[in-house]
Design a protein around this ligand. Sequence first.
Ligand code: AMP
Length: 424
Amino acid sequence: MSFRLLGLCDALLNTLAEKSYTTPSPIQIEAIPAVLDGRDVMAMAQTGTGKTAAFALPVAQLLSGGTNPLAKNVRGLIIVPTRELASQVAKSVENYCCNMAIRCGAVFGGVRIEPQISMLKDGLDILVATPGRLIDLYHQQAINFEQLEILVLDEADRMLELGFIDDIRSIQNLLPNQRQTLMFSATFSKSIKALAKSMLNNPLVIEVTTANSTVDSVKQLIHPVDKARKSEALIYLIKKNKWHQLLVFCRTKRGADDLVSQLKNAGISADSIHANRTQHARTLALDGFSNGNIQVLVATDIASRGIDVNQLPCVINFDLPYVAEDYVHRIGRTGRADNTGLALSLFSEDESKQLQTIERVIGCKLPREIISGFTPNKKASVKTSDGELYGNFEPDPKLKSKRKGEFLGRGKRLAKSSSSKRNR
Ligand code: AMP
């Protein structure tokens, strides 16, 4: 399959050739022709599947043919949950539109509003925005939606998780009813389906991945380790594997800052992004990480959205997330596009519940491997790579193992008969 067959114009085909994109990804194959046809689309796509191009390319093509935007007007609006994602998506849109007369920009909180107001003065073809700042701009009469033709809601599930539902509803009321709407979400929960029902008109529903499945190209491993030795284990792994670019996830802002200090003390260049840091500090950290000046970026879940560094070889969960879907989002930072990735999780005994939930959500049991020299004192659920068993882990009875007869805990194997009963 080639991009030309999807109906893209020469300007975009040239850009894709310059970027060495030869083959469209599955979400692009499904979404691009539908959007070009003017259809509403509801697509389930994880980060790393090429979903940004799946909406940005056809939206740019549709808008390239129309009239110029009037003052303060936007013709295409892309709403995203976080500042980092806004800036990342805007960069991608700009790159894709580099051979077209399309004006685009981004607005998000945490930075001065005045430059954004002046950017909007002459109108824009495509605006990427976070919900709160968009509403602020509307109240300051800096933006007008009369000419709006296309609305994209990116990472809609994340938007709901972060409590933006009221903002989204308010924005919906400001937009013309006559418009094309595209919604992208990593999961199709009930609330996402309800939102889609109220915002989309007879949409084409695209599902290119299984619900909450993790990207196949990512190798996942659980490293059981004592909680008190996690930083030491992380430093050991970084030095042993000589990772030049590593993304580490922490649950808390304080934990992220503490970890950065410990990494720096061990001679490893590191920085953090989380909600308590200024937008400027976050941008500096992300830029330093992208251009290779910072070896380890420590992020909390919210701030991590929008990190798109090509060929990120490995991500490490320093803590397991409380929300299992965050695990899927986190590991989606590696193995992006056609590259394979590695996702390691440092797992301490107190995180057994989270691990069980993650395994239930992704639908399979993750392999355990002890890091040499870091055998946990408090033995959690452990199976070493050579098959040795430790601990007295009792598996979650609701966990559906992918393969019958697979190891599910000390001395327990899922018998074929009980499995079929359970799955009935
Ligand atoms: P996304 O899922 O939109 O965050 O995209 C993930 C990464 O894949 C980004 O770095 C894109 O530049 C890249 N990408 C998107 N589509 C393609 C494609 N068809 N071929 C190669 N890389 C792509």
